[in-house]
Design a protein around this ligand. Structure first.
Ligand code: AMP
Length: 276
């Protein structure tokens, strides 16, 4: 496994190692959610690359950029065990040199949900992902359904900018009580961690209502909100029953629906979703 710190090292390694390439972009602090994407990339490509970069442009000022966990040595050990060929762990200045002034903005679908709560977040995501696609020129890139709106944004940008990469989406990996794995779960106190399984229960309750035939968007949103309100530590930011492609809230559900929610426990913000 080669550890590249610079873009030119990635390019040189790519030139020396032919075959199909799969890329898994991450911010590190790897857990089973990330590793499931890496395993899939390993199975589907001759060469696997993982990037580890805590991208400053997708964090709000005063957000958790500084305290975001960065256990690089441990991450490298895990990736070595999975047979990864190349890890790219650049310094900030390698990605954003002093004269940097070009950003990628995806419009409509970045406006609701996470985009509304985190202004500028998807501009940072779209910019760094576009840069990673250009740096790696991989055949495939792997993202988690856990970040459903991020998947929609990346698919849109790949389509709009004609980027020659196949986007592969991996299912959300969960803890035993249903809580979606996230590097941010480490911020939760024991009490908050126990309470956090309410996100999963709220999604299950709305899914069950849908499976019983409920097709009214307001009812599904109410079912999620009512479940979340049973947990006093949960501060709800949004609940959504939206079209999975446009991300517009649905009144009447026809083909399928993306149920999603964002909830704060103290200062920790958690998101989750089900695609029905
Ligand atoms: P992050 O390091 O949080 O930027 O995540 C890197 C990639 O892993 C993104 O594509 C995420 O959607 C994905 N991911 C994060 N958590 C999970 C999870 N619990 N299950 C599956 N994929 C995940």
């Amino acid at each position: 496994m080669f550890l590249a710190k610079t873009i030119s090292e990635v390019r040189a390694f790519h030139q020396q190692h032919g075959g199909t390439w799969g890329l898994v972009p991450t911010m590190g602090a790897l857990h089973e959610g990330h590793l499931s994407l890496v395993r899939r990339a390993r199975a589907e490509n001759e060469q696997v690359a993982v990037s580890i970069f805590v991208n400053p442009t997708q964090f709000a000022a005063g957000g958790d950029f500084d305290k975001y966990p960065r256990p690089l040595e441990r991450d490298l050990e895990l990736l070595k065990l999975l047979g990864v060929n190349l890890v790219f762990a650049p310094a900030n200045a390698e990605i954003y040199p002093p004269n940097f002034q070009t950003y990628v903005t995806v419009e409509g679908i970045t406006l609701p949900l996470e985009g509304a709560m985190r202004p500028g977040h998807f501009r940072g995501v779209a910019t760094v992902v576009t840069k990673l696609f250009n740096i790696f020129q991989s055949d495939r890139a792997y993202f988690g359904q856990k970040d459903a709106q991020q998947v929609a944004v990346i698919k849109q940008l790949v389509q709009d900018l004609n980027i020659p990469v196949e986007i592969v989406v991996g299912e959300t990996v969960r803890e035993a009580d249903g809580l979606a794995m996230s590097s941010r779960n480490a911020y939760l106190s024991v009490e908050e961690r126990n309470a956090a399984s309410v996100l999963y229960r709220a999604l299950c309750a709305a899914r069950d209502a849908f499976l019983r035939g409920e097709r009214d968007g307001d009812r599904l949103r109410a079912v999620m909100r009512e479940t979340l309100q049973q947990e006093p530590r949960a501060n709800v930011e949004y609940v959504s029953a939206a079209d999975p492609i446009t991300l517009q809230e649905l009144e009447e559900i026809q083909d399928g629906v993306l149920l999603s929610l964002a909830v704060r426990f103290g200062t920790t913000r958690l998101i989750d979703n089900f695609l029905l």
